[in-house]
Design a protein around this ligand. Structure first.
Ligand code: 6PG
Length: 299
């Protein structure tokens, strides 16, 4: 990628630059945890408004079970994919690792409802990676490659792994992102759909508590390591990139996620303690929960 392409982004135009706080805008820390402003939560529980909707920001979608949650997530993804391809000719999708999303990834390949996903126009990115080889059991890309890249028909040049064993893996990935974005109008140079998870310690992507990565204001991708990081060391998309996205979905399912969901929704922790609290995209945010993860403690 030529530096010319990277410098094609005129600071005050790009969503990325706005997220980074360019052109006199407030700095990245403009994202500290503002008071919880709820956009009308939209519970989809079959028996109407359900009391167990955590007071989270963005849109909260509570499904009866993981299967229904995956379907709700899938229809959002389809809608965004078709809208982006129709308006811009391509679709930039970023997926997370971890265990929760894999049944959903499998359904994208097996459920007929997803047969019309425009994989031929999709760029597939990964939100974060562990510093392990591609064939390592802990590699997030290995799993996504086996399920999606091998079966979707996505053009290989549009499948973008993080070269996690390269010392400058983060810088390489940022260059690849900027090169791909530079083919778009400046105002559309951003990810279109990001799927995040949430760890039991409130981390998301590989943005772990108390780490320097949480204070990254300029880079779109950076390293993350430290005592709070589940080994191995990581490479992760940063808040500026994630919060510039058109739409972000957080998928958190099962009772083991309920205590952290409750704490994120009602507690006074800041984002240094619970990194997911600074996922505040300029676009839309939807929490995809099921009854178990949305249930208040002792609910
Ligand atoms: C990773 C993920 C990470 C994940 C959470 C939740 O590399 O581990 O990208 O952010 O989403 O740890 O993981 P589970 O879905 O396994 O609970």
């Amino acid at each position: 990628m030529t530096d010319a392409a990277a410098s094609d982004i005129r600071p005050h135009d790009s969503p990325l630059t706005r997220a980074i706080g360019g052109s006199g805008g407030s700095s990245f820390l403009a994202y500290p945890c503002p008071p919880m402003t709820n956009d009308a939560p939209i519970p989809l529980a079959p028996d109407g408004p359900s009391p167990s909707v955590p007071p989270l920001w963005g849109r909260v979608q509570v499904s009866a079970d993981p299967h229904e949650a995956a379907e709700a997530l899938g229809s959002d993804l389809m809608e965004q994919a078709h809208a982006c391809v129709a308006s811009m000719g391509d679709f930039h999708l970023a997926l997370s690792g971890g265990s929760t999303p894999f049944p959903f990834y499998q359904s994208l390949m097996t459920d007929p409802m997803y047969r019309r996903l425009p994989w031929d126009r999709t760029h597939l990115w990964i939100v974060d990676e562990r510093r392990v080889p591609f064939d390592h059991p802990k590699s997030n890309w290995r799993q996504i490659h086996e399920i999606i890249v091998d079966h979707s028909g996505i053009p290989p040049a549009q499948a973008h792994p993080i070269e996690a064993m390269e010392q400058d893996a983060a810088a390489r990935y940022e260059r690849a992102l900027r090169a791909a974005f530079s083919r778009r109008a400046v105002t559309e140079q951003r990810l279109d759909f990001v799927l995040l998870g949430m760890g039991d310690n409130g981390h998301t992507a590989s943005l772990f508590p108390q780490t320097a990565a949480l204070r990254e204001r300029k880079l779109l991708v950076c390293d993350c390591d430290g005592p709070t990081v589940t080994p191995p060391a990581r490479v992760t998309m940063t808040y500026p990139l994630l919060n510039a996205a058109r739409s972000v979905a957080v998928l958190a399912l099962g009772s083991e996620k309920a205590p952290m969901i409750h704490r994120v929704a009602t507690g006074s922790d800041d984002f240094i303690a619970l990194p997911i609290k600074n996922i505040r995209p300029s676009g839309t945010l939807v929490w995809h929960l099921d009854r178990a993860s949305a249930a208040p403690p002792n609910g």
